[in-house]
Design a protein around this ligand. Structure first.
Ligand code: SAM
Length: 199
């Protein structure tokens, strides 16, 4: 069915603000409500595509829309999640495409997440709820970043950490005018508009 003119205008407005140079890599994030919440935040800040290494032993179907829960809203329809088999390989592949990879990981070289320039092509690497980001991927990352914590508990929920960092990226990109003009190439924007309008 053809979309209404209002619906099509909204699709165009959203695509005109999509940020193909901002992404996340979820390394074995295994709770569907966390995955859903992260994808919803991705949609809100304009992430075009996200990446995820499924949890060990997890079913591939978990990343094909079956286990997104109500926490996602309908965000999983608008943010493609690419399956990756290995976090370290995905980090290297993204770096090869010019992305800086920021591992959310406490280490000797960790910096406050606000010290980073998010106007550069950026991937935020998020870790599993139980054991965090793997050491290999954290070492290969361009930076290790942390959200400073002053409480009794050592870490935030992964979706809260993702939102905190992605909205800092949004703040910097807004200031740099990166939402004022389309970041997608015209042909890609047109192809996606067609895909979204006629799912
Ligand atoms: N025990 C795990 C560890 O040692 O890393 C805790 C993992 S934490 C519950 C899950 C994920 O949330 C982390 O891998 C990271 O991606 C993110 N996270 C939580 N707190 C954070 C913080 N203060 N700064 C940056 N990322 C954080």
């Amino acid at each position: 069915m053809a979309p209404t003119p209002e619906r099509f205008a909204k699709i165009l407005r959203v695509l005109q603000k999509r940020q193909p140079t901002l992404t996340v890599l979820m390394d074995e994030v295994n709770k569907p409500h966390n995955l859903s919440a992260i994808v919803r935040t991705c949609d809100a800040v304009g992430v075009l595509e996200a990446h995820a290494v499924p949890p060990s032993g997890g079913k591939l179907a978990e990343f094909e829309g079956h286990t997104y829960d109500a926490t996602s809203g309908s965000a999983h329809k608008w943010v493609k999640v690419n399956k990756q088999t290995d976090a370290l390989a995905a980090v290297r592949e993204l770096q090869g495409r010019g992305f800086q990879v920021l591992a959310t990981h406490l280490s000797q070289r960790s910096v406050d997440y606000r010290e980073i320039d998010y106007t550069r092509p950026t991937c935020v690497l998020l870790g599993a709820e139980k054991w965090g980001v793997g050491d290999g991927a954290a070492q290969a990352a361009d930076h290790n970043i942390i959200i400073p914590m002053f409480g009794m508990v050592q870490s935030l929920n992964v979706s809260v950490a993702a939102a905190t960092i992605l909205f800092e990226a949004q703040r910097q990109r807004l200031a740099a005018g990166m939402y004022a003009a389309p970041q997608l190439a015209p042909a890609d924007l047109a192809a996606l508009a067609f895909e979204w309008a006629y799912p």
